[in-house]
Design a protein. Structure first.
Lengths: 240, 79
């Protein structure tokens, strides 16, 4: 049976991925607003189905070993929740991050760090200065870094956390992820979403990963190669 | 207003760090030198030194942090 669907819906159906509400809110069907309610647009018969098996919150002891933070519990939770509902959260339960630190004991110019040794350690600098660590406008291809392109310092930390955990996923994804990354990095049609992403393949993956979570629509139209790379990485990680 | 970072130069240094790391020849002194080079190329946007973080490890970063703290204390005690 041939499925009659609009290009927007067909694109999503063919990819067969799970999307968070946040990401659905960023989507545009090119017709009317609120994709969550209107799906493919006027009189579209498609509807969203809740993926109960994927409604997951990031948890200590399951997705990461320990967390150390200078921030209050509420603020720490807000930063960590950047990982909630990520389609690749499952991989963290198989290969959890050893520790996450959201502290001010990084060198002052550093925003974050991922060290792959001993299961992977992620550090996020809790010091944020406007105009330096955050406060830029997001302009695909022109912004320096995704974590800087926000007006909210906690959102900036959330993006650094996503960025550094992308390095972790790259590390545990091994050859499968490397092959996908090499193919996308070598594709002349790729357009790096930030300046930072344009200089190293690992940073291209990490910045595109963050954009996939925070600016899905813009990523999809600006760098379809990168968007497809992340979708392929998600599939590869799911198959590990 | 800050100048635009020299992204080409930053990219070159990062590539060099990557090659040295893969060859097992990236030590702390070289890493420090490269950080200073990225800082110079960043034209005041020093947060871009973070591009070398993929080639650092926690021990180096902790050492860097301690050195920064010591330098700050020294500066304060002179003042």
């Amino acid at each position: 049976m041939e499925i009659k669907a609009r290009p927007f819906c067909r694109h999503l159906l063919e990819r067969n991925l799970t999307y968070t509400r946040e990401r659905i809110n960023q989507m545009s069907n090119g017709q009317i607003p609120n994709v969550f309610l209107s799906a493919g647009g006027w009189r579209c018969r498609c509807q969203w189905v809740l993926a109960l098996d994927q409604v997951t919150r990031v948890r200590e002891g399951v997705h990461y070993g320990t967390v150390h933070s200078d921030l209050s519990d509420v603020q720490t939770g807000r930063v960590l929740s950047a990982l909630d509902g990520s389609p690749a959260l499952g991989i963290l339960s198989e290969h959890k991050i050893e520790s996450i630190a959201i502290t001010c004991d990084l060198p002052k110019d550093w925003k974050g760090l991922y060290d792959y040794r001993a299961g992977g350690t992620v550090q996020v600098n809790s010091i944020r200065r406007r105009g330096y660590h955050y406060g830029e406008l997001f302009v695909p291809g022109a912004s320096s870094q995704i974590s800087v392109a926000t007006d909210d310092k906690f959102e900036s930390m959330r993006r650094v956390l996503l960025h550094e955990t992308a390095h972790h996923r790259q590390s545990v994804g091994g050859d499968a992820v490397s092959r996908i990354l090499d193919r996308a990095w070598g594709d002349s049609a790729k357009r790096s979403i930030t300046k930072y992403a344009s200089k190293l393949s690992g940073e291209y993956l990490a910045e595109t990963w963050v954009a996939f979570h925070t600016h899905w629509s813009q990523l999809r139209s600006y760098d379809p190669v990168g968007c497809k790379m992340i979708e392929d990485v998600l599939r590869a990680l799911a198959g590990l | 207003m800050k100048q635009e970072p020299n992204w080409d130069r930053i990219g070159e240094i990062a590539q060099e760090a990557k090659s040295l790391k893969h060859a097992g020849r990236l030590d702390y002194a070289t890493f420090r030198r490269m950080l200073a080079e990225v800082e110079a190329a960043s034209n005041g946007n020093r947060q871009h030194v973070n591009i070398l973080s993929s080639y650092a490890n926690i021990d180096w970063v902790n050492r860097l942090y301690r050195e920064e703290q010591d330098a700050r204390k020294k500066k304060r005690s002179v003042a």
